[in-house]
Design a protein around this ligand. Structure first.
Ligand code: NHR
Ligand code: GAR
Length: 205
């Protein structure tokens, strides 16, 4: 069993969680998903976690007086798992600066557009309205400013003449399920080789 520990945050269907679970189970992601946390109850993402035997939590943002109070509770649950990586997989709450700064460098997101195009919501609609020939998804590090952290990988799909938001979203999802597991395994390998950690070189005079 691997020692690299992943926590996944989601709000809904969890098809990206499933893609990650599947790649862990075949050994292409050398890590363990130690917890799944949803800000919405009764979503399919939680059922997927349950079925895979992954500890899962519901933390309803509607039960908190402020975004900061919700984020503080969320941080507490995450801390209890001591994760190496926190993966946003369809997590639909903007995270406060304090939260992001606490976990910066360990926090990644998948966004359904070719960033820096179409930050925020309703990305498929915008791609269609602008008659883009290409659309896709981006995995990026999360920084306080929304959808602007450093890109890790992008997946590109064609936009077809008869596409609807639904048909386009479906194609983007397919590429998401390829690139998210890849991005995660890259990060694990970089970590193992200590590529992302500062190191000291002593040069003898
Ligand atoms: N938080 C920070 N600070 N930075 C990022 O880059 C983040 C983030 C939190 C989530 C995912 C994101 C996306 O990929 C993400 C990136 C939710 C909203 C949003 O407007 C926007 C972007 C993203 C996620 N959420 C509403 C809110 O008030 C709620 C919408 C809803 O509940 O349906 O938080 O696009
Ligand atoms: C994905 O398309 C992801 O890019 C998007 O939500 C979907 C989640 O699907 N994320 C956002 O829009 C973030 N604002 P899933 O629950 O099936 O993984």
């Amino acid at each position: 069993m691997s020692h690299f520990r992943i926590v996944v945050l989601l709000s809904g269907k969890g098809s990206n969680l499933q893609a990650i679970i599947d790649q862990v189970s075949v050994g292409d992601i050398k890590a363990e998903i130690i917890a799944v946390i949803s800000n919405r109850p009764d979503v399919m993402g939680l059922q997927r976690a349950e079925k895979a035997g992954i500890p899962n939590h519901v933390l309803e943002h509607t039960h908190f007086a402020s975004r900061e109070a919700f984020d503080q509770s969320l941080a507490q649950i995450i801390d209890s798992y001591e994760p190496d990586l926190i993966v946003l997989a369809g997590f639909m709450r903007i995270l406060s600066d304090v939260f992001v700064e606490k976990f910066q460098g360990k926090l990644i997101n998948i966004h359904p557009s070719l960033l820096p195009k179409y930050k925020g919501l309703h990305t498929h609609k915008q791609a269609l309205e602008n008659r883009d020939n290409e659309h896709g998804a981006t995995v990026h590090f999360v920084i306080p400013e929304l959808d602007t952290g450093k890109n890790i990988i992008q997946g590109i799909v064609p936009v077809k003449a008869d596409d609807t938001e639904e048909s386009l979203a479906k194609r983007v999802h397919k590429v998401e399920h390829i690139i998210y597991p890849k991005a995660i395994q890259w990060i694990i390998e970089a970590d193992t080789k200590q590529l992302s950690k500062p190191s000291t070189f002593y040069l003898d005079k």
